[in-house]
Design a protein around this ligand. Sequence first.
Ligand SMILES: Cc1ncc(COP(=O)(O)O)c(C=O)c1O
Length: 458
Amino acid sequence: MSLDLDLLFREQAENANEIYERNVNAKLAKALRIIGFDNTYVKAKGAHLWDNKGRKYLDMLAGYGVFNVGRNHPGVRKVLIDFMEGDFCSLVQMETPLLCGLMGQELKKRAGFNLDKVYFCSTGAEGNETAIKFARRTTGRSRIIYASSAFHGLTSGALALNGSTVFREKFGTLIDTVKVPFGDLAALEIELKKGDIAAFFIEPIQGKGVNIAPAGYLAAASKLCHANGALFVADEVQTGVGRTGKFLALHHEPGVEPDMIVLSKALSGGFVPVGAVLMTQRIHDAVFSSLDNAVVHSSTFGKSNFAMAAGLATLNVIDEDKLVQNAEAMGNLLGQKLQALMPRFEFMKEVRWRGLMLAVEFAKPQSLKLCTAWTAVHALNADLFCQAITMPLLQDHAILTQVAGNHMTTIKLIPPLVIDESDVDWFVGAFETVMTGLHKFPGPAWDSLTRIAKNALA
Ligand SMILES: Cc1ncc(COP(=O)(O)O)c(C=O)c1O
C-alpha cells in the first residue's frame, strides 16, 4: 500500500512541532514556538496558505523567494504530472539531456549580456560554489571580494563570502576572501588593485536588509573588476526570475557587464531544487578546457530533466501570466501605500522596494515615551522590535512575514509575484493596525513583547 499523505497530515499535523523538535532541529522548533510561528500548514495555492485548522494566510515570504509563480501553480504542476505519467526519463547521465539544453537556451535569451553557457546545479549556494571555482580557474587567482551584509549561501565556500559573523564564527578557516562596504567603489578599487583578486561577488539587492545598490554602482564595479583582471559575479539567487520587476535585477542597471550570474530559488516554480550559473564563453572554456575536462565540475542531480521540465514550465508561466509586469505594478502599489503611512507612524524610517522585494525599516522615534519603549526593548534583545510587528501580523492578521536579518530593525516582504490588489490591501490594513498598537505606550503590544522576551531569556 502506498503512503497516505492525507492521513499523515490529518493524524499528525497537530504534533508537527514536537516531532520536528525531537528529530530535526530542536532550537528552531523552540524559537518558532516562542514567537508563535509554530503553525502547521497543510494547503497552499498562489499567494495563500492554510493551516491544519482551516485558517487562511497571506504568504509574504514565498518560501524565502522560491514561489514567484505562486504555490502549486497549475501550469507547472501539469507539466510535472505529465512528466511522471509519461514515463519520461531523467538522469541517464551518459547523455546530453534535451530539456537541459532547451532550458539553457531560454535562460540565455532572457538574461542577455552575451553570456554563452549555463551550468546547472541544485541550490543557490551550489551555484555560488561553482562561480567561486570557475572564477579561480579562469583568472588563476584565488582571493574573492564580497560586500558587507552579503549572503551567498551557507556551504563552506559561500560562507567565506558571508557578511555576518553569526553565520561564520566557529566554523574554522575559510577560503581567502576580503569584505568591502556595500556600495563603496573606492574600497572595491583598493582591493582590486592588489592584483590577486579572482572575482567580486555581489547581490544587486541584498537579501539581508534589502539594501538596493546605488544607481551606477554595479556598472562601475563591473568595469573596475575588468580593468583589474577580475571577474564580476552577480548573485541573483533571490533577485532573479522577475522578483524586482525585470527578469534580472541587473536589467535595471545600464552598462553593467557581468561575467557570471547565479540563479536558483524561483527558477523551477518551487517544486524541484534547481540552480544555474550563466557565464561567458571565456569562463566556460577555461573550466571545460579539453575532452578530458568535460566533467571536471558537475553534480549528480544538476541537469535532471524533471527539474528542467519544471524550469521550462515556470518560464512559460512567467511570460503567460505577465508576472514580471505584475511584480512591478504590485510592488509600486504596496510600496507607495506603505510610504503613505510614514507621516503617521514615527517608528517608520524608510520604505524601499524594487518590484516585489520590499523593506520597511524602523528607527528610534523622537517622542519621549516611544523612545523609552524602543530603548527598553532593544536592551532586552536587539532582534525583538521587529518581532513586535511580525508576530501580530501572523497571529492577528494571518500574514506571514520575516525580519530582514539578524540584529536588523527592518522587515522584508517578498511575496509571490501573483499577489493582487486585495492582497496588498490585506497587508496594508494589517500593518496599519499593528503600527497603531505599537504607537501606544504603555499598551498591550508592548506588554506581550516584554512577556515574550522574558520567556526567551528564561
Ligand atoms: C542571494 C542569495 N544567494 C544564495 C543563497 C543560497 O541559496 P540556497 O539556500 O539555495 O543554497 C540565498 C538564499 O537565501 C540568497 O538569498
